[in-house]
Design a binder for this molecule. Structure first.
Ligand SMILES: [Ca+2]
Ligand SMILES: [Ca+2]
Length: 166
């Protein structure tokens, strides 16, 4: 196949629920795995409609405020073919670019978030690849300690009682 692309890696992160906003960063690499030079458009999508930022080399390249797959801000310096989507610029075969996705969890967010990054060739959307960043929240540590230690304490008390009786 003359044209191809690969987005890596998938991430799987667990965070504590928080009463405050949390920002998580994920690093990805887009590689031109085809045989010819190519430009790859970048899109993101959030399963919870969260704010997602695309950052390259510390520069805000694009932002999707509501994670619906339609960019709300695009830095024109990073849209080399002027189609309204940020892109990798021309990549020669085997050449790659590193980028960061910044996902904002609103205060009190709990559950699972799947943020997807998609890269597709400016030649055809069928030449594409994607990676997924999964975020799962767990109750704050304080709650876990109670959940874990309470049954243990009851167990030990019962066991001790049994020994005393026997
Ligand atoms: Ca949007
Ligand atoms: Ca573009």
């Amino acid at each position: 196949m003359p044209w191809n692309v690969r987005v890596t890696p998938n991430h799987n992160e667990t965070v504590n629920e928080s009463g405050q906003e949390q920002v998580l960063n994920f690093t990805h690499t887009i590689t031109n795995t085809g045989l010819g030079a190519n430009i790859f458009e970048i899109k993101v999508k959030s399963s919870n409609g969260l704010d997602v930022k695309l950052i390259i080399g510390g520069t805000l390249v694009a932002e999707d405020y509501n994670g619906d797959g339609v960019w709300d801000y695009v830095n024109p310096n990073y849209d080399t073919d002027g189609d309204g989507n940020p892109d990798t610029g021309l990549l020669t075969p085997s050449e790659s670019i590193n980028l960061n996705l910044s996902v904002t969890l609103p205060a009190g967010f709990n559950g699972t978030e799947n943020t997807t990054i998609l890269a597709y060739s400016f030649l055809s959307q069928s030449i594409s690849s994607h990676a997924n960043d999964k975020i799962t929240t767990v109750p704050e540590l304080q709650n876990i300690v109670i959940i874990v230690t309470l049954p243990l304490a009851i167990f030990l008390i019962k066991r001790k009682g049994r020994f005393t009786l026997s």
